[in-house]
Design a binder for this molecule. Structure first.
Ligand code: PAF
Length: 290
């Protein structure tokens, strides 16, 4: 049965000082704290992260910040869906304790000059090639959010699997005292990964987009059956093109830990299929474990 929307308003803070004061109170009471960083436009996938946070910690902070530093000038920063009141109601209902919704000025005050970047390894292929600005912006803002909130655990969706690996590397390299947790992708009934950007799809595009999870399912089955990575990548590309996807940024099967390319022969356990492809003006990404 669907739960009634909560009538408990969610406390919202907009400054780092207010956030720190509240978290310090929780810590003084011996409570464990989880952080769920988001860019808002929340869907069931985000709420599953909040739910997991509630099982791992006593208190959950969600952040909403559409981070300009991770969008290139030609990308969808202005169009990115925003709706804080709706998001706050959903977060309250999911059991979140506090929303941190800073302004761009609070996050990047005049004179801000520092960047965090994971220079090599997991940040290089896939999104690193297609969106070269992206991981620098993500690593910088997530490092700031982790330092600002000081959580015991922080939760990120596996839908952005490479982002999760980059954040894990960054937190480890900077000795941030936080456990980075990955949570499984939440999917629509036809298998399409939930994403705030799915809202850009027209009804016709949304119907055609079901070819993406279908191609992923095929790829996983073919690889488990002993198919060669290069053949499976080609078949996935052909089926996406046939279903109406335009530009395909990548279809690649890589190691799920290092993101290294796999050699010829049967794929090793731990491999993952990664796809980024455009349906009309909407860029969709997905990844499935083999
Ligand atoms: O995955 C996202 O929504 C964003 O990249 C994140 C992690 C909140 C950083 O802005």
């Amino acid at each position: 049965m669907p739960r009634a929307m909560s009538i408990r308003p969610l406390p919202v803070v907009r400054t780092v000082a207010e956030l720190r004061a509240i978290v310090a109170g929780w810590r003084a009471a011996g409570e464990r704290v989880a952080l769920v960083p988001t860019m808002g436009a929340l869907h069931a996938g985000h709420l599953s992260l909040v739910d997991l946070a509630g099982r791992l910690a006593d208190r959950t902070v969600a952040s909403i910040f559409v981070n300009p530093a991770q969008f290139a000038p030609h990308e969808d920063f202005d169009a990115y869906p925003r709706g804080e009141d709706r998001d706050a109601a959903l977060l309250a209902d999911a059991g979140c304790d506090l929303l941190f919704a800073p302004s761009a000025r609070e996050m990047y005050p005049a004179g801000f000059a520092t960047a965090v970047s994971v220079a090599t390894g997991v940040s290089e292929p896939l999104e690193g090639v297609s969106r070269p600005h992206f991981f620098g912006g993500v690593a910088t803002v997530v490092a700031k959010l982790l330092i600002q909130a000081g959580p015991d655990v922080a939760i990120f969706g596996e839908k952005d699997y490479q982002q999760l690996l980059v954040i894990r590397r960054m937190a480890r390299d900077l000795d941030l005292p936080v456990e980075i947790i990955g949570a499984p992708t939440t999917r629509e009934a036809d298998g399409l990964a939930m994403s705030s950007r799915n809202a850009y799809l027209t009804p016709e595009e949304r119907a055609a987009a079901r070819a993406l999870p279908a191609a992923m399912r095929y790829a996983v089955a073919a690889l488990r059956d002993g198919g060669e990575a290069v053949d499976v990548e080609g078949a996935v590309m052909a089926s996406l093109t046939g279903a109406g996807f335009g530009r395909i940024d990548y279809v690649e099967i890589r190691d799920g830990e290092t993101l290294e390319r796999l050699g010829p022969g049967p794929v090793s356990p731990g491999a993952r299929v990664f796809v980024a492809a455009w349906m009309g003006k909407t860029r969709l990404i997905d990844n499935w474990a083999v």
